[in-house]
Design a protein around this ligand. Sequence first.
Ligand SMILES: O=C(O)c1cc(=O)[nH]c(=O)n1[C@@H]1O[C@H](COP(=O)(O)O)[C@@H](O)[C@H]1O
Length: 265
Amino acid sequence: MSEQFFDRLEDRIERADSVVSVGLDTDPKRIPEQLQDKDLPQWAFNRRIIDATHEHAACYKPNAAFYEGADGWRSLRETVAYAHGKDVPVLLDAKRADIGNTTRQYANLLDHVDAITVNPYMGRDSLQPFLDRADKGVFVLCRTSNPGGADLQDLELASGETVYERVAALADLWNEHGNVGLVVGATAPEELESIREQVPDLPFLVPGVGAQGGDAEAAVEHGLADGVGLVNSSRGIIFASEGENFDKAAGNAARRLKRRLNEFR
Ligand SMILES: O=C(O)c1cc(=O)[nH]c(=O)n1[C@@H]1O[C@H](COP(=O)(O)O)[C@@H](O)[C@H]1O
């Protein structure tokens, strides 16, 4: 198996014929009733979601927010092992980074998963332990999908570039091991296009299609670098139905998204 995350991801994209990142944002309150009395309801839910969606998944992206706490981390560990058993990489959406000794601990998260999202706000040294993991993917938040994404990221610097453009330029510099990608939301299609022009070689993780109503065509057209990149939907897949056959609905939603995105690949 290749040493490089993006090579492994490329293989997976080819095998699944899909750039869909299935977001495992498993809100305990939205888990169907029939699973609520299980030992680890999140794990019971994720297992059925993975069974139903893995053939359409380029990766799984659990967001750490939903797994904080002892049972959550246990569920996450089982989930990651199960996804790996299906040959699907796992991108932990943790948005971490801190001062040196703290961030070294955060980077240990990469012992368990294939890639992670990080926050560039504290600068290069806060990301160094992640960047040093040449075999793992490091997705740097660049232009986020939320309405407030513009508050700081769109500010113009004295140099004339915006903050998100500066982040993209820095991420390109930090990409010494070929393991860096950017997070750019599908709700900002113009920025997606301009960032793609600025950094043609960095794969993007593009969240914001589905529940946030982002632009699927722009996500594919600009999110991929040499065919490699990810377009994420979380709630739109895993909570496609909250009824008894939630897994079947999730599988259908993942297949539909894959087909829709493939129209633009
Ligand atoms: O880093 C991310 O993945 C991320 C960045 C961003 O700009 N916007 C964004 O929505 N996300 C994540 O992508 C997922 C989107 O979930 P849905 O809106 O349910 O598809 C959540 O886990 C968000 O935290």
